[in-house]
Ligand binder design. Structure first.
Ligand SMILES: Nc1ncnc2c1ncn2[C@@H]1O[C@H](COP(=O)(O)OP(=O)(O)OP(=O)(O)O)[C@@H](O)[C@H]1O
Length: 275
């Protein structure tokens, strides 16, 4: 079976500059009992193949809403968005993305292998291919050998890696990650950040990543989207000058600190608008 198999090479994909997510004038207003909530307003954003784009901003600025619209979990009230050249509904049908939530969300009665295999079972992959894919993605997230363990036998960081493996199992080109490491302590988070970068480099995935952490956004991203609330909107898009190879100590470099300062300024300015 070749569903969703990567056909382009990594270099070709990156060189293509092909938009994986393209949003134009995107907006979503929720009608609530207390009146309209402008979760997202006038967002123009293009995410190219192979990009690692982080969304950062204070609570309520629409980061999750953007990801949920791309994943067809919410419907925009204005503007347009395409995912791999399709509508979000078509992209969901085509399994064009994997979604990683803040909580690992593993089924406790299934083994780690069983959890990772679940989307493949739903999609009807034959058993032999499921086994091969589960082994491959568990290896990618450095969980080889944990296939027969249950979620409760793993640390929080390992559970989160398993949920990333589950999102990778069917070879979607795009990973939507909503604060996947937000609940983890800093040391585990640093390690997972390093591993995620390696995984991104090895697989050539396009990643849209929500975070509250400035260092995490700067360390991981090729581009950082700074957002502000009421209405949720994009206030700055920062292209990272950092090299692809990023040892953790790059966080002490001048370039890193300069980008972090620009993100911080953007966040302050955005909040200032509504004070
Ligand atoms: N289903 C909903 N109904 C009404 N309002 C909603 C709904 N979902 C989100 N909102 C509101 O939309 C705004 C944006 O929410 P969203 O979750 O996208 O923000 P966020 O930036 O991801 O926040 P956080 O960092 O706290 O997760 C918030 O004001 C939120 O309360």
């Amino acid at each position: 079976m070749t569903v969703g198999r990567v056909t382009e090479t990594l270099a070709e994909r990156r060189a293509s500059g092909r938009p994986v997510i393209e949003a134009r004038g995107l907006g979503l207003t929720f009608q609530t009992a207390d009146g309209p909530v402008h979760a997202l307003k006038d967002v123009d954003l293009s995410i190219s193949a192979g990009d690692f784009v982080s969304f950062i901003g204070p609570s309520g600025c629409g980061k999750t809403t953007f990801l949920r619209i791309a994943a067809d979990l919410e419907t925009p009230t204005s503007g347009t968005i395409s995912v791999n050249g399709m509508t979000p509904a078509e992209a969901r049908e085509a399994r064009a993305y994997g979604y990683v939530f803040q909580a690992a969300g593993l089924f406790p009665w299934r083994t780690i292998g069983g959890n990772v295999s679940l989307p493949l079972e739903v999609m009807g992959y034959p058993q032999a291919e499921r086994r091969e894919r589960v082994a491959r993605v568990l290896d990618l997230v450095e969980l080889a050998g944990f296939e027969k363990k249950y979620p409760w036998q793993l640390s929080g960081g390992m559970q989160q890696r398993a949920s990333i493996a589950r999102a990778l199992s069917f070879d979607a080109e795009l990973l939507l990650m909503d604060e996947p490491f937000g609940a983890l302590d800093e040391i585990v988070r640093d390690r997972l950040n390093e591993e995620l970068l390696k995984l991104w480099d090895r697989t050539g995935k396009t990643i849209a990543f929500v975070t509250h952490s400035i260092p995490e956004a700067v360390y991981l991203s090729t581009r950082i989207v700074v957002m502000s609330p009421r209405p949720g909107r994009v206030t700055d898009i920062i292209e990272s000058p950092l090299p692809r190879e990023r040892p953790l100590h790059i966080r002490e470099s001048r370039d890193f600190l300069d980008i972090a300062a620009r993100v911080r300024d953007g966040l302050r300015a955005g909040v200032g608008d509504v004070v």
